[in-house]
Design a protein around this ligand. Structure first.
Ligand code: PDD
Length: 286
């Protein structure tokens, strides 16, 4: 059984409790981070903490713990649960003042709720999907306008994933005003004539920590990068495509709305980027 962390305590998962009035549960009033673990070490950890701080600030939420303590909790859980490869999930909510109310409770009297747990994924760096690539469909992006904040409002991304599954695919790319914003839980890219194209950062997309690291790697490898939005039609005519996230790293996309890319197999640039990213991120893992 897993050991999880709730508001200062390490507990067996079956003994962990939060209030039914918690605003994370009632209002999706909470933010989260997912950090991957490879070889027992945290990948891109400072980036995840920095984004957590930004999400909290944007929503006027107080920090649930000192950031050094958050690193210790991550490491404790990795050790206690014997995680070699996997994920650490962290969620902070605005807590509960013991009732349901649209107005935020006073942070002086209502503490945030802090929950962390691990997910073991042995061999995550060699996931079978990364060898064969994934298929995506496109769906309309009807999420709210602050996608740069990593909130726990994940119903539409979950629905998108189900629409993809129903269509015999793996994931969905979201389209707004004719252009791809991002994937349900990842940032989207295409490659044309050796150039990597991905939407620029704004409130329209989550500022992926893996995105930042992968673009850094691409730059160091002298690859050309163009930060701009693209259409599904342009993506279908691309040489290669991929998405990035803390759980998928660099994932080749081999089919978009039924159109195959690179004859339906992962292309050379995506494969190289994945290798470089994994190699580099392991160097800075803590
Ligand atoms: N999802 N865009 C969205 C909408 C996301 O949910 C995620 C991450 C990303 C990629 O961000 P990062 O590289 O920092 O993981 C982009 C996480 C993994 C999840 O919800 O499980």
């Amino acid at each position: 059984m897993r050991t999880v962390y709730v508001n200062g305590d390490y507990l067996p998962e079956t003994e962990a409790k939060i209030s039914i009035f918690d605003r994370g549960f009632l209002m999706a009033d909470g933010v989260y981070e997912v950090t991957s673990v490879l070889g027992g070490k945290l990948i891109d950890f400072p980036g995840h903490l920095k984004r957590l701080e930004r999400s909290l600030d944007e929503l006027d939420m107080v920090k649930p713990a000192a950031f050094d303590d958050l690193l210790d909790i991550h490491r404790d859980l990795v050790r206690m649960n014997d995680i070699h490869d996997g994920l650490v999930y962290l969620q902070v909510t605005r807590g509960s003042d013991g009732d349901r109310d649209f107005a935020f409770p006073d942070p002086k009297t209502t503490a945030p709720t802090l929950v962390l747990f691990t997910q073991s994924k042995p061999g995550m760096a060699n996931a079978p999907a990364s060898k064969v690539g994934v298929k995506v469909i496109s769906i309309e992006d009807i999420r709210w306008g602050r996608r740069d904040i990593k909130t726990v409002q994940l119903l539409y991304p979950s629905m998108g994933k189900m629409m993809a599954k129903k269509a015999g695919c793996d994931d969905a790319w979201l389209v707004e005003d004719g252009k791809v914003t991002e994937g349900t839980s990842n940032n989207a890219y295409i490659i044309k004539n050796g150039r990597i194209i991905t939407r620029a950062l704004s409130n329209d997309i989550l500022h992926g920590i893996t995105r930042a690291a992968v673009l850094r790697c691409a730059q160091e490898a002298q690859m050309e990068i163009e930060e701009r939005a693209f259409t599904i039609e342009e993506a279908q005519g691309a040489d290669e495509a991929f998405f990035t996230s803390a759980s998928a790293f660099v994932m080749p996309v081999v089919e978009i709305d039924g159109v195959s890319l690179n004859n339906g197999v992962p292309g050379p640039i995506v494969q190289r980027l994945r290798e470089i990213y994994l190699e580099e991120s392991l160097k800075t893992a803590i």
